[in-house]
Design a protein around this ligand. Sequence first.
Ligand SMILES: C[S@@+](CC[C@H](N)C(=O)[O-])C[C@H]1O[C@@H](n2cnc3c(N)ncnc32)[C@H](O)[C@@H]1O
Length: 286
Amino acid sequence: MTRRGKGPLDPETLLRLGTSEHYEDPELYDFEYRDHRHDVAWYRGLARDRGPRQRIVELGAGTGRISLPLCHDGHTVVAVDRMPSMLDHLRRKAEGAPSDVAARLEPVLGDITALPLPDAGADLVFAPFNVLMHLYSWEDLLRCFREAARVLVPGGRFAFDVLLPDLEWLTWDPEERHSVTHFTHPRTGAAMVYSTNHTYDPHTQVCHVRIYYDDAPKRPRAFKPPPEPVQVVHLAHRQIFPEELRHLVAAAGLTLDSLGGNFRGARLAPGTDSQCGLCTKPSGHV
Ligand SMILES: C[S@@+](CC[C@H](N)C(=O)[O-])C[C@H]1O[C@@H](n2cnc3c(N)ncnc32)[C@H](O)[C@@H]1O
């Protein structure tokens, strides 16, 4: 978490911080998403259904929330991420796993728009938990989809999940604090309050989320944000609409098998919060 001075941040800085700040404290990341499990089961099921010992590439693998369970299941995982902090934490976690599990994991520092991986070496490519929303232009998104297609074997599958844009939520009051949650910091033990607000730019389709970490009030009472935020973490998420996803899949030469509204196969509909995409690389793909 970073303390910073006053004044608005320029758009370039906002995007740079928006794709890195949230990932500078991997312990806090794991703590905040400790109950986020339904996606893990979905990706594990996709690998299991395809057979034992799959060769998987995870795009934006982070701390291995998904990679490590896949390795536990007997698959090999190339875990690609651009943040050394996240990959270092993943390596530390792998050291605590049985040696055969750790041996199946290969953390790779790299960018998901230019994978440092050979052609046609993966049975499955996964891009879980909104990783694609960190690609802020359609060009970068297309580069990433093409890279996924390139590293897959013919017949291999690419699966991803991103949020379903919710225009009502995106246009909430950017000054109000939402998701106010009292918590004990997992490392420092300090009593803190987590809250967020966000600003949506319809021109770039990027939603700039600000995550505030404030000291908890001394006496129990309703949380009132202090006049000056103590710490703010920026998170920038490009909104990706279903028709864009269908276009990206087709432009990368992949076939879209399904685009569901959650991890249990629901149809996309108002109120569903995710878009879970499953694609195949056709056998004739070059
Ligand atoms: C929301 S986290 C997801 C991590 C992990 N997949 C999970 O499900 O917990 C997004 C991850 O994508 C990584 N990331 C964002 N943009 C990236 C890029 N262009 N190339 C590689 N990794 C990227 C971030 O560093 C972060 O670790």
